[in-house]
Design a protein around this ligand. Sequence first.
Ligand code: HEM
Length: 116
Amino acid sequence: MKKGMYFILTILIISSFILVACSSNGRDEVDTPPVASEDELVLTLDELAKYNGKDGRPAYVAVDGVIYDVTDSAMWGDGEHNGFEAGKDLTEEIKDVSPHGVSVLSRMPVVGTVSE
Ligand code: HEM
């Protein structure tokens, strides 16, 4: 009987050590702020203007400060789409004029942000 008690006690002590050693407070994951991708662009509107999809250049559009790459979209041939041109901030146009609104942007790769 006594022997059995010692055995159970030993097992309890060993398992509590294992539990403490294995438990993690998860702080590493929670406290790490999102890091911007190293090759993400930060462009002024003047700099954005050259990404107009002409002469083999990429076609970028800005909406709400985020720059999207529309180069590979069949709907943006030569950087043009229903009378709109790439290389510009089209926030108001996509929200107020387009029939689709901003939802189509989720299909376009984000390449950067517009600087203040
Ligand atoms: C008269 C205004 C516009 C019309 C009639 C128009 C029409 C369309 C249509 C019919 C499509 C394809 C259907 C769909 O994907 O839902 C489309 C896609 C798209 N439009 Fe517009 N659009 C207009 C303005 C704009 C503006 C101002 C932007 C500014 C960024 C824009 C960005 C896009 C994008 C990114 C796509 C998705 C292209 C793809 O998936 O390849 N559109 N548009």
